[in-house]
Ligand binder design. Structure first.
Ligand code: NAP
Ligand code: SF4
Length: 597
């Protein structure tokens, strides 16, 4: 397989392959001294000599990649990095030869490309990543993008890849709520332009292509000649092999959550993958087969949520005899709630993969089995992954018939009124609010509706592909008030790269977000709240339903009973620690435990 590295300038991000760590140059440079809304730095405007130095750095980087044995490099001309900033009239205010009209603004990529080609020779792969839709105000117009696309194709690029949106765009481009292959139509437009100009350079489609079926469809529809993927290969490094072997149902699908890859990078942590905890930890998290039949243990895993499923399948893969007990009639635990939230449909893939793993690793699955401590007498090891139960917020009047738990809503589909107060604004409070305002419709499964919701249009109609009328959200299915006791911005604790999407979606659906409340009482009138420590002011929130999303507590009765008998138990997932419980931590913990058993 071709290996390639990104040559990225501007914020000068050097990706060190395999570790997932990013190193940043202390000096940020740009065509003009304009701070990006997502950068902590105001950049230095490059002098003409500085531009020359940048070009030499790109060329040098590509030459060194060749020397190091790479078959090609990708020149990052998109996503709002340095080259892209030179192209846009909004970020390039220069009056020298590198600014002004488009023929001057596009000089930088063409110089980089020409000189790189000269340095690396004709047989080295040079991919140019072309920003085909900037999704920012003042972004490139379609005729400019086409002019550049043709020029890079004729100017030395072996392949042209599709860049979608600047990082600072207020439109999601890779998150799980983005429809699959949502931007393949942009590449298709460029393909038509290339064909009309007699250009045969292959074009690559990108963004939210996460299964072989989606990739094949993009190709079959004539949208592109190739597809590119990054996160799906973190989720499953054997993606391509399994697809070739016709075992696509065995692929561990990237659910586009960003939780363990991008979000961890932004926390200066090694990137990994929520569905594949071995990603970037391959040398330390090794599933060694047990050495002899005598070492084979009988292991009971109780609870078939993400933690239990991972523990069971990893232990079985290593050669142990594993029995997985689940009280419910299906596997998945909390994932079964996530999958019904609009925009979280990818959780179906996670469940499909985990079910296949149970089958393939030979785990003995016992559904509808609520085990007690005596049932586990004959096992060498017991893993308790019994998960969580909803926290009781002890609000006076919470036994009122209008009060529901998030489980009633997401799992049992209980009817919910027109006006709803949601108590608790963590991940689940946000999920429930989205579920309620969408009223059964998911724009993730409806591309035109999703484009309208985010204000995306054809870049041939408006610069940057931003619809002049802006985002057009449909009216909410219900009137929702989202509440929490803590003051401050609601949703601040959600994922770094995805929290803003949830907050924006709820704002557009007119969800009222209220922090700093005390819950006084629930009654026929609705929910009575007061404000401040002294509870000086109070107000009724008129509502037909109140949904409790007040966090969770560990479910540990079984573990306690086993421990009372002197048994050694291993706790994983929510049963170990419910606070800030998430599937990422649960799966990682369970895999590490099972690798040691
Ligand atoms: P959470 O994130 O811990 O949030 C619990 C909420 O309940 C908080 O808003 C908290 O706010 C409130 N609360 C806590 N104790 C309360 C009490 N005694 N009375 C009333 N309210 C109380 O838990 P979660 O929402 O159940 O989510 C669980 C985990 O699932 C999250 O940590 C997250 O990792 C994961 N998840 C994430 C997402 C996402 O990122 N989109 C979606 C779903 C789930 P106050 O204490 O301020 O009132
Ligand atoms: Fe995909 Fe989530 Fe894994 Fe990132 S952490 S590669 S988005 S599944």
């Amino acid at each position: 397989m071709t290996r390639a590295v990104h040559a990225a300038g501007g914020k000068i991000a050097l990706q060190i392959l395999h570790t997932g760590r990013y190193a940043y140059h202390p000096l940020a440079v740009a065509p003009s001294r304009l701070q990006s809304p997502i950068s902590p730095f105001t950049p230095f405007a490059l002098s003409s000599r500085g531009v020359e130095r940048q070009i030499r750095a790109f060329v040098n980087c590509a030459a060194k990649a060749r020397e190091a044995g790479y078959d090609g490099v990708e020149i990052m001309g998109s996503e709002g990095y340095l080259i892209n900033q030179f192209l846009s009239q909004a970020t390039n205010l220069r009056t020298d030869d590198w600014g002004g009209d488009y023929s001057h603004r596009m000089r930088l990529p063409l110089e980089i490309l020409a000189r790189t080609r000269e340095a690396v020779g004709p047989d080295f792969i040079l991919i140019y990543r072309l920003s085909m839709i900037d999704l920012v105000p003042g972004g490139s117009a379609w005729d400019e993008i086409v002019t550049l696309g043709k020029a890079v194709a004729r100017g030395g690029a072996s392949i042209v890849n599709t860049g979608i949106g600047w990082h600072e765009a207020r439109i999601p481009t890779i998150a799980t709520s983005v429809p699959r292959a949502a931007f393949a139509w942009v590449t298709q437009k460029m393909k038509a332009e290339f064909a009309a100009a007699g250009i045969a350079t292959p074009l690559v489609a990108s963004n939210r292509i996460n299964t072989p079926e989606v990739a094949e469809q993009v190709l079959a529809d004539g949208c592109a000649d190739l597809v590119s993927m990054a996160r799906p290969l973190l989720a499953d490094p054997a993606f391509v092999k399994k697809a070739i072997q016709g075992r696509a149902d065995r692929i561990n699908t990237c659910i586009a959550c960003n939780q363990a890859c991008l979000d961890q990078v932004f926390q200066n942590r090694v990137s990994s993958c929520l569905v594949n905890p071995r990603a970037c930890h391959e040398t330390e998290l090794v599933y060694r087969p047990i050495p002899t039949a005598a070492a084979r243990k009988r292991i009971a895993v109780v609870g078939a949520g993400p933690a239990g499923l991972t523990a069971a399948t990893v232990a079985a893969e290593r050669g142990h005899e594993v029995h997985l007990f689940e009280a419910a009639p299906e596997i998945g635990g909390q994932l079964n709630m996530a999958k019904v939230v609009p925009g979280k449909e990818e959780f179906h893939e996670m469940l499909r993969y985990l079910a296949m793993r149970v089958q393939d690793t030979g785990v003995a699955l016992h559904l509808n089995r609520r085990v007690q401590a005596p049932d586990l007498a004959g096992f060498d090891e017991v893993v308790v992954a019994t998960g969580v139960s909803p926290r009781d917020p002890h609000i006076p009047g919470q036994e009122h018939p209008k009060v529901l738990s998030y489980i009633d809503v997401l799992r049992h589909g209980q009817p919910v009124g027109e006006r709803v107060a949601v108590i608790g604004a963590g991940g689940i409070g946000f999920d429930v609010a989205e579920f309620l305002v969408e009223g059964g419709h998911s724009t993730t499964l409806d591309l035109p509706a999703w484009q309208a919701e985010w204000g995306i249009t054809d870049p041939a109609l408006a610069r940057g592909g931003l619809a002049p009328a802006g985002p057009q959200a449909t009216p909410p299915a219900r009137q929702v008030t989202l509440l929490r006791r803590k003051k401050g911005k609601l949703g601040a604790g959600l994922g770094k790269t995805t929290g803003w999407i949830h907050r924006t979606t709820l704002k557009r659906k007119l969800v009222e977000m209220v922090g700093g409340v005390n819950y006084e009482r629930i009654a026929d009138e609705g929910l009575l709240v007061s404000y401040g420590e002294k509870r000086e002011a109070s107000a009724w929130i008129a509502c037909d339903s109140v949904v409790l999303c007040a966090g969770q507590v560990p479910l540990r009765e079984l573990a306690d009973a086993l421990q009372a008998q002197g048994r050694c138990v291993h706790l994983v997932g929510g049963a170990l620690e419910a606070g800030e419980l998430d599937a990422n931590r649960a799966i990682d913990q369970a895999a590490r435990l099972a690798a040691r058993l």
